[in-house]
Design a protein around this ligand. Structure first.
Ligand SMILES: *Cc1c(COP(=O)(O)O)cnc(C)c1O
Length: 393
């Protein structure tokens, strides 16, 4: 049976090149980068190069980058740092959207419990924030605006540069969770007026457990944890040269190939969207064009997302019914609810996320297997039966 991995928004395969570059750091170059001997210094030099490579990809200075354990840690750091900076100036207001990743959402909710006031921006039916609503929400006591670059479930891409410019004009800090965007969409922190940014290596064919936090040099940065002098004392703990070198290689490879790869991935996405749209009573979630090159998200009325997922898995197709972090719970996704989907429709969603390893044959296979699975599930669905009765009445 064909195996099709269409869950690249959850995580991606480490590329053979990245793996090859990482391996020596698990083997012969095992030195601690803080050590003064040559074992350590080899590792330290490789990490320094990696930082330079990543800084070039993001348009920043290497000294503005901090290695973290991934997107979750970077998001936490951004919010908590902005709140602490705000406290000093009596600013206790945060602005974010209703459909952020849980890493951001739950951190902001925690800050709300601790006394911050939060404006939750609407993302409307198309999954996009409105500039006029953001502008109205900004107050003299706003400590942070955090809007994700691209959404992990429905793939919508926000007008990050416009948001950045507005925040700069208003003198408000701007953070973006670019975990889904990095390696897939153009990022330039100068041009886009980004003050803080999060990304995670495993979303662009790098290793899991490592990410970056970018913090503009003009923004003071508080520690989240305390220890030795690593990461300029801001994020201490012995570094993993293998993971850092792996992340830098993955980011550079993705950025170098972006102009060639992403239009190809987007063409496969559009073929998939066109094919799935032929299924009766289906709808594409998110914006038709302003979406990640690899993101497809559909709702099929009368079909439960988890059942669809499990049935597709039996056909060798790996998809998701929402965010991997929420699977296992029966709550419909907060992202789908935020774009106004009714509960029963939000339950029936399917996310297929492609990568540059996805082939035309993979897409054809998904298009061949999905409609019969949807039809089968509708056949046994009381919800679908009711819908059909309503239609006839
Ligand atoms: C995956 C993801 C995260 C979390 O990243 P981890 O590296 O898994 O901690 C945060 N935000 C977005 C948008 C993501 O897609």
């Amino acid at each position: 049976m064909r195996q099709v991995y269409a869950d690249n928004a959850a995580t991606t395969a480490v590329s053979p090149h990245v793996l090859e570059v990482m391996l020596p750091y698990f083997g012969e170059f095992y030195g601690n980068p803080s050590s003064l001997h040559s074992f350590g210094q080899k590792a330290a030099a490789a990490m320094e190069d990696a930082k330079k490579t990543m800084a070039a990809c993001l348009g920043c200075d290497p000294r503005e980058l901090y290695v973290t354990a991934g997107g979750t840690e970077s998001d936490n750091w951004a919010v908590v740092n902005a709140v602490r900076l705000g406290e000093k100036k009596g600013k206790k207001h945060l602005i974010t959207t209703r459909f952020e990743h849980h890493a951001l959402l739950h951190t902001v909710e925690e800050m709300e419990k601790q006394g911050c006031e939060v404006t939750w921006l609407d993302v409307h039916e198309d999954g996009l924030v409105r500039m006029d609503e953001l502008e109205k929400a900004i107050r003299p006591d706003t400590a942070l605006v955090s809007v994700m670059y691209a959404n992990n479930e429905i793939g919508t891409v926000q007008p990050v540069a416009e948001i950045g410019r507005l925040c700069r004009e208003k003198g408000v800090l701007f953070h973006t969770d670019a975990t889904q965007a990095a390696g897939h969409l153009h990022i330039d922190v100068e041009e886009q007026c980004i003050d803080m940014l999060s990304l995670s290596a495993h979303k662009f064919h790098g290793p899991k457990g490592v990410g970056l936090f970018y913090c503009r040099r003009t923004v003071a940065l508080y520690n989240m944890i305390f220890g030795g002098g690593q990461e300029r004392g801001k994020r201490p703990g012995t570094e993993s040269p293998a993971l850092i070198v792996g992340m830098a290689t993955a980011l550079k490879d993705a950025c170098d190939a972006m102009a060639e790869d992403m239009p190809k991935v987007a063409a496969l996405r559009d073929k998939l969207i066109a094919g799935l749209s032929l299924i009766p009573r289906s709808r594409l979630n998110g914006h038709p064009t302003r979406r990640l090159p690899g993101n497809v998200n559909f709702a099929f009325e009368g079909v439960e997302g988890e059942s669809l997922l499990l049935n597709l898995d039996m056909k060798g197709i790996a998809a998701s019914s929402g965010s991997a972090c929420t699977s296992g719970s029966l709550d419909p996704s907060h992202v789908l609810l935020s774009i106004g989907l009714p509960h029963e429709v939000a339950h029936g969603s399917l996310r297929l996320s492609l990568s540059h390893y996805t082939t035309e044959e993979d897409v054809d296979y998904i298009l061949q297997e999905t409609p019969p699975v949807v039809a089968y599930l509708r056949d046994i669905s009381p919800v679908w039966e009711r819908l059909m009765q309503e239609e006839q009445a």
